[in-house]
Ligand binder design. Structure first.
Ligand code: S3P
Length: 186
């Protein structure tokens, strides 16, 4: 994990990790527990552009989607009000693909990588069909390859890696709450 040298006054809690790792579920529960606002970057992009993620990938391409993610991170960083007004932010699984985004993420606050075993990710993501990267070929193999490429990038982006493969959601939420309290107090 990267050091905390780049710590800023921004107090967001940001979840990164592969599709199906629980960023939204754990993020929402943490928001409920703390009273903080919850933001889902995919949803914000869909609302802003007026298209689903699948349509953005299909009509504009993945590179364009990545640019939208960068623009949103910049907006969140620059428009953040007082340091006390931290939000919980769920990112899209590929946000770490751009070096610029990795740097922006760390400047935004405390970044947690939810690391989950591929068979569990596969089982969870197989229930839905809104993720363009998993709609063709062998989705489990795709997840395995994505993890191989992305694991070092998640590690570089995150202040904390948490393997939640065998953790209950309330336990993961409590763990993240304690870790983020500690991070922001230090
Ligand atoms: C993607 C993950 C998705 C979404 C898009 C691309 C990825 O978000 O941003 O389909 O590249 O891993 P979730 O991780 O929230 O499913």
């Amino acid at each position: 994990m990267g050091s905390s040298e780049d710590r800023t006054s921004s107090k967001h809690i940001i979840f990164v990790g592969l599709m199906g790792c629980g960023k939204t579920t754990i993020g929402r529960e943490l928001a409920r527990l703390t009273g903080m606002s919850f933001l889902d970057m995919d949803v914000l992009i869909e609302e802003q552009i007026g298209k689903s993620i699948s349509d953005i990938f299909k009509h504009d391409g993945e590179a364009h989607f990545r640019s939208l993610e960068t623009a949103l991170l910049r907006y969140l960083l620059e428009e953040s009000p007082a340091p006390t007004a931290g939000c919980i932010i769920s990112t899209g699984g590929g946000v770490i693909m751009r070096a610029e985004n990795r740097e922006l993420l760390r400047r935004l606050g405390f970044v947690i990588w939810l690391d989950v075993d591929v068979p569990i990710l596969f089982e969870r993501t197989a229930r839905t069909n809104h993720r363009p990267l998993l709609q063709q070929g062998d989705a489990q193999e795709t997840l395995r390859k994505l993890l191989e490429v992305r694991a070092p990038l998640y590690a570089e982006s995150a202040h904390l890696r948490l393997d939640t493969s065998h953790m209950e959601i309330p336990d993961a939420v409590r763990f993240v709450k304690e870790a983020s309290d500690e991070y922001f107090q230090a």
